[in-house]
Design a protein around this ligand. Sequence first.
Ligand code: AMP
Length: 288
Amino acid sequence: MLRIALPNKGRLAQDTRELFAEAGLEVRAASERALTASLGGEFEAIFVRAQDIPELVSDGAADVGITGLDLIEESGRLAEARLDLGFGRCRLAVAARDESGIGSIDALPEGARVATTFPRVTERYFRDAGKRVEIVPISGAAEIAPHLGIADVIVDLVSTGSTLRVNGLREVETILTSTAHLMVAASRGGWDAAKRDALDELTTALESVVAARNQRYLMANVPRARLEEVRQVIPGINGPTVIDIMNGGEHVAVHAVVPAASVYRTITRLKALGGQGILVTRIERLMR
Ligand code: AMP
C-alpha cells in the first residue's frame, strides 16, 4: 500500500483533488472531514496540513506527498521533489514599504530586520547573498511587520501581488518560485517491489494528466500542396499525422498536438495556408 499525504484544506487541497480525479484516482472518503481515504488499488490518502507534509514524508509516516516546493525547501528535509504538478504557483519574495526607497537587497542596511514565516529559506538566501540580516520569525501576516516597525523588509509568498499592494509594499527581489510537487521519501530505496510499482503507476498517472493540461489536439483540413508549410506551423510530437479525406479533392486532414498557449496563433496561421474545418479538443492524458 502506498500512503500519500495530501493537503487537507485550501486551494492546494482543491487543486490536488481535481488532479487526482482527472488521473482516475478518485478520493473516496467516508465524509468531507475524514482524515484518510481510499484511492482505489494500491493507494491510500491521508489528509494533513500542507506544511506538515515534508516532515511526514521524510519520517516515513507517508510514502509520498503533495505540497508546495516552498514548504519542502523550508522544511530542510531530505526528499526528492519528483514531479512538478504545475498548480499552486507563487513566489517567495523580499518586499519593502513603497516609501522606503529600497529597490534591491543591496540597499538594505547591515543587520536589517526581515520578518518572515520562512526563516530557514530566508536565512539561507541572505547568507548566500553575503548580506548580514536579523531574521524575525513570525507565524503569519508578515505584511503588517514593516508598518509596526518590527522589520525593515519582509519575505512572503506572493501570488497576484494584491496583498502587497494594498499594504503599501512592493516586491524587491524573488527568492524562489514555487508550484505544487510530488515529493517522495528518500527511503524509497528500501521499498518492496509492489510499493515501487505503485509509485511508478502514480507518477505516470499524474505526469500524463499534467502534460496534457498545457496541450490541445488540433485537427484541420489543409491543401496537400501546403503540407510542408503546415508542418512548420504544427510540428506535433513526431510531425503531424496526415490522413486522406474521401472525395477531399486537393485537401488532406492533419492532426497534431499543439501548445494550448499559442493555439489561436496556430489557427490563424493554418487559415492563412488555406486550412478549413479546424477543430481543437482537450487531451485527457499525454505520454510522450
Ligand atoms: P496575493 O495577494 O495573490 O499576492 O497573495 C498573497 C497572499 O496569499 C499572501 O498572504 C500569501 O501568504 C498567500 N499565498 C499566495 N500564494 C500562496 C500559496 N501558493 N500558498 C500559500 N499561501 C499563498
